[in-house]
Design a protein. Structure first.
Lengths: 140, 174, 186
């Protein structure tokens, strides 16, 4: 199950972060998200080391921890999407399709004329669609 | 299916937006009107770039991003591509549209004096030419908004010395 | 010459030049936001949007008459139906319905279930008094004035403000008798 998702701006400014666990581990998940930003920067600056195709938005598995897998996605506009899951047997195609939907929901949210670029996304519609997307993906 | 509206809705809205800012609000301060019109374009470009780059891999350099504007972006907005792209390879790009849709469709001023369209011939620009240049701050803002969102800060200006050709000059900031 | 029967909104919409609706809605949104920054007072923004719509309506009526084949001499009831069925369709690609007629036939409601101006819009708490779509009421007022009908157009329902549809009340204030002499030109 997906336990946390985040959207981070091009200056590593958090735009949206939401965890989906009952447990009181939000702080730990936020820390994981934070650490993954460095991994993304590293990946993008040294593309040859990574297994993904050059410049593809989907960055694949960023790093596994004991209990989680962390995936990343980077748009043309330098916005980072991060997803943390407890599922261990995950197919890449499912993760890709998850990020595409997540990205599309983000694009609609920032198309609101009252959204200020670089500011946190406070839209209720966005929060709802992200929750729905997250709920519809169980990778195992 | 892609949602569409009549082209005249966009045309008349743009005309009224320009009339509102340069005619009613800042009639005696054209530079303020220009800044507002450019800002409106900037927001539109910023948002459209987010939408139209959604399905593509990240651009690896400035030229790729500019080519995206010339081809895909222009096609989405104007149903045609930019006709000619020039660059000095030092951060200046000139995008030439031989029949810029927003100029051919918009009747800014019905005055028949075609020669006044040459800015070199009249030191004190005619009203029509002034209205056209005010109008062009909008697409200039759009282009700047797109590039800025793609991580390329720049200045954009328009050159209409040979209508109906319109050239957009992009100067990337170092 | 007898007017050719009005064409359907669908037929006109499919035959005219169209553009991507995203450009339209994002541009309108950017204008609204810029007006809020420049004018500060939400009331004043409502007024300017209405004024902008009025000027647009004055321009669009000619295209409407030319392309729809609608004759000028219709009563208010027919006019309201034309706006809803043909006007909204040929310009915005959506249909509207007319209801809530007052007995004397001078006031009705135009209801829009689909509205391409608002696809991504969420109003911030700071501008609750804003009639985001006020340009539309201005367009109707401006267009009708060009066919000699002075109207008052007000929003009675607005989805952005929590209602279930967009509803405009159109009230006929005064109908100036049509001047027939220049009918000959048609």
């Amino acid at each position: 199950m997906i336990v946390c998702v985040a959207v981070v701006g091009h200056q590593n400014n958090p735009l949206y972060i939401q965890s989906f666990t009952e447990a009181d581990d939000a702080l730990k998940l936020h820390h994981i998200v934070h650490c993954s930003l460095d991994v993304i920067d590293e990946r993008v600056n040294n593309p040859k080391k990574s297994g993904t195709t050059l410049n593809e938005a989907f960055l694949g598995l960023l790093y596994p921890t004991l209990n989680y897998k962390v995936y990343g996605y980077l748009t043309n506009t330098k916005v980072k999407f991060i997803m943390v899951t407890t599922d261990l047997d995950v197919r890449d195609t499912d993760v890709r399709s998850f990020f595409r939907k997540f990205h599309a929901a983000y694009v609609d949210a920032v198309s609101n004329p009252f959204h200020v670029p670089g500011k946190k996304i406070t839209s209720r519609t966005f929060a709802e669609s992200v929750t729905n997307i997250v709920r519809s993906y169980t990778f195992n | 299916m892609v949602r569409e509206v009549a082209e005249s809705c966009v045309d008349t809205m743009l005309m009224e937006m320009v009339a509102m800012y340069s005619g009613r609000f800042y009639a005696n301060k054209p530079e303020l009107a220009a800044r507002r019109i450019e800002a409106i374009g900037y927001q539109v470009g910023h948002q459209l770039s987010e939408r139209y780059t959604m399905e593509r891999p990240r651009f690896s350099d400035h030229l790729e991003a500019i080519k995206f504007i010339c081809k895909d972006f222009w096609s989405e907005v104007f149903k045609k591509q930019i006709d000619n792209l020039k660059t000095n390879h030092r951060g200046t790009f000139v995008l030439q549209d031989n029949k810029f849709r927003w100029l051919s469709r918009v009747s800014i001023d019905p005055s028949p004096e075609k020669e006044t369209e040459d800015p070199l011939s009249t030191p004190g620009e005619s009203k029509a030419a002034q209205a056209v240049s005010m109008y062009l701050y909008f697409p200039c803002g759009i282009i700047r908004g797109v590039l800025s969102n793609l991580g390329i800060p720049c200045a954009v200006s328009a050159d209409i010395s040979s209508l109906p050709t319109c050239s957009f000059v992009i100067r990337v900031k170092a | 010459m007898a007017p050719v029967g009005p064409r359907s909104g669908d037929a006109i919409f499919s035959s005219i030049d169209r553009v991507n609706a995203e450009l339209f809605m994002l541009t309108y949104g950017a204008i609204v936001r810029q007006l809020l920054t420049d004018l500060e007072e939400v009331e004043e923004v409502n007024k300017q949007l209405d004024q902008m719509g009025y000027n647009i309506g004055i321009r669009l009526i000619d295209e409407f008459l030319a392309k729809s084949g609608v004759s000028r001499c219709v009563d208010f009831k027919e006019t309201a139906e034309m706006i809803a069925k043909v006007g909204f369709k040929m310009f915005l690609g959506v249909t509207a319905s007319v209801s809530s007629w007052e007995a004397d036939g001078t006031c009705c409601s135009i209801i829009l279930e689909d509205n391409p101006l608002v696809d991504f819009v969420e109003l911030p708490d700071t501008c609750q008094g804003l009639y985001y779509c006020n340009v539309l009421s201005g367009v109707i007022r401006g267009a009708l004035e060009m066919v000699s009908m002075k109207t008052e157009v007000t929003w009675t329902r607005d989805v952005l403000r929590g209602d279930d549809a967009y509803e405009l009340q159109v009230k006929l204030l005064k109908q100036v008798a049509e001047e027939y002499p220049y009918k000959d030109d048609e």
